[in-house]
Ligand binder design. Structure first.
Ligand code: GDP
Ligand code: FE
Ligand code: FE
Length: 203
């Protein structure tokens, strides 16, 4: 059963249906279905953790808005918005949140910095994450179609403690990247240092 949130106009001039139409034009069907599952997961978590449901819905729907854009769009945006110049040395995985937030602001007219930060940090996390950002980070990781070793543990932790769940994802994503000889974006390491060592996480 999906929950349809009625938007108030505070964060986007679009209705949810209008926003969905715009997002559907940016994404292939599988990715469009994913963002709707992330939205529903985020709405549930928002209710559990006392976060505004409308923000959770919008952030969930837009979090991967830029995922299927060509590299040139991200390079142009990094220059145009004078973002950290080192970003040009990275790739879609890092860009679609950190740079994608600027495309969402410009193209969808969503200016709420809490929503934009939740998009910015949904892949790498960040030293500071609002409760909304933590919810989007976790919803993306545990949405019902996710199926990987540890996802059940992540779902259980998310229902018990958002902070411990963020620590769990941060640690296990870093382990995964290391095991696969991937390049680690510095913010990913900052997130690890901020969230994991003092968390009390056991596994
Ligand atoms: P998705 O957009 O819903 O597929 O999920 P995410 O936005 O969370 O992740 C996108 C990809 O980024 C995943 O494959 C992650 O493993 C990868 N990723 C996250 N952090 C880093 C990093 O520091 N370096 C690299 N190379 N990839 C990362
Ligand atoms: Fe993503
Ligand atoms: Fe996603």
């Amino acid at each position: 059963m999906s929950e349809i949130v009625t938007y108030t106009g505070r964060y986007t001039a679009d209705s949810r249906d209008q926003l969905l139409t715009k997002i559907s034009k940016q994404l292939k069907p599988g990715r469009f279905a994913h963002v709707q599952r992330v939205e529903q997961t985020a709405i549930k978590l928002a209710k559990e953790y006392g976060v505004e449901v409308e923000k959770a819905s919008i952030a969930g729907l837009v979090h991967d808005y830029a995922k299927q854009r060509p590299d040139e769009d991200f390079i142009a945006a990094i220059h145009h918005y004078q973002l950290d110049p080192d970003l040009v040395n990275w790739n879609n995985a890092i860009w679609h949140g950190l740079v994608g937030a600027e495309l969402i602001k410009a193209e969808l007219g969503i200016g709420d910095e809490d929503i934009l930060d939740a998009v910015r940090y949904h892949t790498t996390g960040n030293r500071y994450m609002t409760k909304l950002a933590q919810i989007i980070y976790m919803a993306d990781y545990i949405e019902p179609a996710r199926d990987f070793d540890g996802v059940e543990k992540a779902r259980l932790l998310t229902s018990q403690s958002l902070e411990l769940a963020v620590a769990y994802q941060t640690k296990h994503t870093l382990l995964y990247l290391l095991e696969n000889n991937q390049r680690i974006y510095p913010k990913t390491i900052d997130t690890y240092n901020a969230w994991v060592p003092q968390s009390g996480l056991k596994d």
